[in-house]
Design a protein around this ligand. Structure first.
Ligand code: SF4
Ligand code: SF4
Length: 360
């Protein structure tokens, strides 16, 4: 039994109202026998929540993700809130954290009310200002989604619901100054920049590792400038960098040096180890009939520590990067963020020392 645990729930499998050009989950769904497991039933949701909470002593975090998880509808999330209330009544000291990662395209006031009632943290996928966001995040008809996404995000902020921005970076929108200005001007203080992921089995990068490193080093300078003005902006990779350098816990699993089972629960209740591996060969069990044992051969094979490439062994960034996520490794077996971390640690030494001294 874990002290705290985590489950990533896919309420509508890979179904989505948008057709973002780089969607990694759509790519996964076409690489398995059943591409869509439909919509999760209330009974399966109950089993998923009870299975997860039943395996933790102090608390569970539930993240709803898709496709577009809000397609599951209001009654699905009302039911989830009721399940959380039932657990709270039985286990008053047990903490449940609820998060949803959404395009916000379909968000309406009544859904916002339900998310508020459930104390949700909402991650909104937003790739910057309209002309950059709309390059990749399009509707099924190829139209831009920005206007609707942005105004719906305001519905969340009007209710003081915490909003984190997830910005996928490709060579199209890797304009650090423009993105940063947009997010700062609009008061977004919780940001995550992730490198667009090439489809399974393809080496066609959406942005090269060098280009992403150039982009992120500029972001770092912009972040540092805010920091010196006393304004702390949370940028996930920068938070993780300082967490690693100061010996605190790192939130991202890709910087732990070893995969762990993340309990991804598909709409039919089947369980997989990680969002990047919701593929037939990695199915671990099901919340409906055969829950996971971490000692199963598939789980053991997934969490097995992989040996490091030679280049990592005498690398200045090893303590932070640890060769990154296995899904983000290139043909040289190095992390796609290799150059980002190496260059941050070699060329931003002064700023890093300053931050470590003044704040952490
Ligand atoms: S494959 Fe990547 S994201 Fe998945 S558990 Fe491993 S490090 Fe984490
Ligand atoms: S920065 Fe590159 S060489 Fe260093 S640990 Fe990461 S992947 Fe390995």
């Amino acid at each position: 039994m874990d002290s705290y645990n985590f489950a990533l729930i896919k309420p509508v499998s890979g179904s989505c109202c948008l057709h973002c050009r780089y969607c990694f989950y759509r790519d996964e769904t076409v690489n398995r026998k059943v591409s869509s497991y439909g919509t999760m039933s209330e009974e399966t949701l109950k089993r998923a929540v009870m299975y997860t909470a039943g395996n933790a002593v102090h608390g569970s975090t539930f993240l709803f993700q898709g496709g577009e998880p809000l397609l599951a509808g209001i009654s699905f999330y009302q039911h989830y809130n009721e399940l959380c209330q039932d657990i709270a009544a039985l286990r008053p000291d047990f903490t449940i954290s609820s998060c949803v990662q959404t395009s916000a395209y379909l968000l309406k006031k009544d859904m916002v009310r339900v998310l508020k009632e459930g104390h949700f943290l909402v991650g909104v996928s937003l790739d910057g200002p309209e002309k950059l966001h709309d390059l990749n995040r399009t509707t099924v008809n190829g139209r831009g989604s920005f206007k609707q996404v942005f105004s719906n995000t305001e519905l969340l902020r009007a209710q003081a619901i915490p909003v984190n921005i997830l910005c996928v970076v490709t060579k199209d929108n890797a304009r650090a100054q423009e993105l940063w200005r947009f997010f700062m001007d609009n008061g977004f203080d919780y940001l995550q920049f992730i490198k667009g992921l090439a489809p399974i089995g393809s080496d066609q990068e959406l942005i090269s590792s060098e280009h992403f490193a150039d982009f992120f080093l500029e972001i770092f300078d912009l972040w540092f400038s805010e920091f010196t003005k006393g304004h702390y902006v949370s940028v996930r990779m920068i938070d993780d960098l300082f967490a690693a350098l100061s010996g605190r816990g790192i939130s991202s699993c890709d910087l732990r040096g070893q995969c762990s089972v993340q309990n991804v629960i598909e709409a039919d209740g089947s369980i997989y180890p990680c969002d990047f591996y919701v593929l037939d060969e990695w199915k671990l069990g099901s919340v409906c009939d055969s829950p996971v044992t971490v000692s199963s051969s598939i789980a053991r094979s997934f969490t097995k520590k992989l040996s490091l490439p030679r280049a990592c062994l005498d690398c200045n960034a090893l303590a932070v990067c640890k060769n990154g996520c296995r899904r983000y490794r290139g043909s040289n077996n190095l992390s796609a963020y290799c150059q980002t971390f190496r260059r941050l640690l070699s060329s931003k030494k002064e700023q890093i020392t300053y931050v470590l001294k003044h704040c952490l």
